[in-house]
Design a protein around this ligand. Structure first.
Ligand SMILES: [Zn+2]
Length: 359
């Protein structure tokens, strides 16, 4: 009799532990670990930005590409952006357990790009994935696997792996060899995870704004205008004075392949109207220097006017990409080494001008 009571009590205890400690499996759609999650050490650094607000930046042990942001509330967790692959999102969920055992119930996609939304597929059906209507359209009907930005990224992986393999073999210094080996394993795992990719759109959408309330915390999700894409949203925490910006505003220069380059500065003016002191960007470290917004606006206006002039003069895009000179902005954007801008930016600006945007 005592033994039966003991057995029942143990079973109840195990059941309770199971309920109280959500594993990534409970918030993930797949019960199976996706391919390519292997890595050594931690894949993420969780930089605490405000109470309960963390900026998750990859360590290099796993390919994650973009940053995510983690908001730990009274009873649940919100993840903003979920990285480049199902494997990266899976490992993110796993490592979030070092911060909290509360479940991830909400994911927000700042925009549709692969390095911010390609972890969506691992989340269970009862997890809200929130994004702009445009983000849903692009992931649902935009043929995301055929988009040049993504196709080029994936097409580059085998070459990157071959190159790393050669460099690992040729490296004599033990530390550098170990580092290259880590990069090689991260690239191989990334390729394995990309092979399992099923682009998954948000299941909750907004057009201009929506607000989530979690205990004392207010989480505003706002579309401020077209910029990096036609559907960028920012996640604004008014009490914490923090804003999560995706690629609308990064720590450096943003990619322009789907941008509305001429509208972007005015949309950044809308961002400036919000009361915040900290930015959690989609790439690079979190920062507090709001002058970065002015620098980026100046850069965007300059790119737009120079490239528009080349177009007017009938200069081919390839030549314009070499001739455009943004070096006067290099003090604020050290990646600018000399004249020239990425061809993808020029191609996009030419396309916008052909469509009559910005006239
Ligand atoms: Zn992007």
């Amino acid at each position: 009799m005592t033994r039966i009571v003991f057995a029942c009590a143990t079973a109840l205890l195990l059941l309770t532990i199971g309920v109280l400690q959500p594993s990534p499996v409970q918030t993930a759609a797949q019960s199976q670990r996706p391919a390519g999650t292997g890595h050594k050490g931690k894949a993420f650094r969780f930089n605490k930005v405000k109470d309960g607000v963390y900026h998750a930046v990859g360590t290099g042990a796993l390919a994650v590409v973009g940053n995510s942001s983690i908001i730990v509330n009274d009873n649940d967790v919100i993840v903003v952006d979920d990285h480049v692959s199902p494997a990266a999102a899976w490992v993110l969920l796993d490592e979030i357990k070092s911060l909290t055992d509360k479940p991830v119930r909400t994911v927000i996609n700042t925009h549709f790009h692969f390095d911010h939304a390609h972890g969506n597929q691992i989340f269970a059906k009862n997890v809200d994935i929130i994004g702009h209507e445009f983000t849903r359209d692009m992931l649902l009907k935009g043929n995301p696997l055929q988009m040049p930005l993504y196709k080029n990224y994936v097409a580059g992986l085998p070459g990157q792996i071959d190159d790393l393999r050669k460099r690992v073999a040729a490296e004599a210094d033990a530390t550098r060899k170990a580092n290259l080996q880590m990069q090689l394993e991260a690239a191989e795992n990334n390729r394995a995870s990309q092979a399992e990719l099923t682009p998954t759109p948000p299941n909750v959408t907004l057009r201009t704004q929506m607000t989530l309330y979690r205990g004392d915390r207010e989480i505003q999700i706002r579309f401020l205008g077209r910029a990096h894409t036609a559907g960028d949203i920012v996640v604004y925490l008014p009490k914490e004075k923090a804003v999560i910006t995706g690629d609308f505003l990064t720590a450096a220069l943003s990619n322009m392949s789907d941008a509305f380059v001429n509208e972007w500065p005015a949309t950044l003016d809308e961002l400036k109207k919000l009361d915040f002191d900290t930015v959690l960007p989609g790439h690079g470290e979190a920062f507090t220097d709001k002058a970065k917004i002015d620098y980026f606006q100046a850069y965007l206006r300059d790119v737009w006017s120079q490239v528009s002039r080349f177009k007017q003069q009938g200069v081919p895009a390839e030549d314009a990409a070499k001739q455009a000179d943004l070096t006067k902005h290099k003090e604020h954007f050290p990646t600018i080494q000399g004249p020239g801008v990425p061809l993808i930016a020029v191609t996009r600006i030419y396309e916008l001008l052909d469509r009559g945007v910005g006239r």
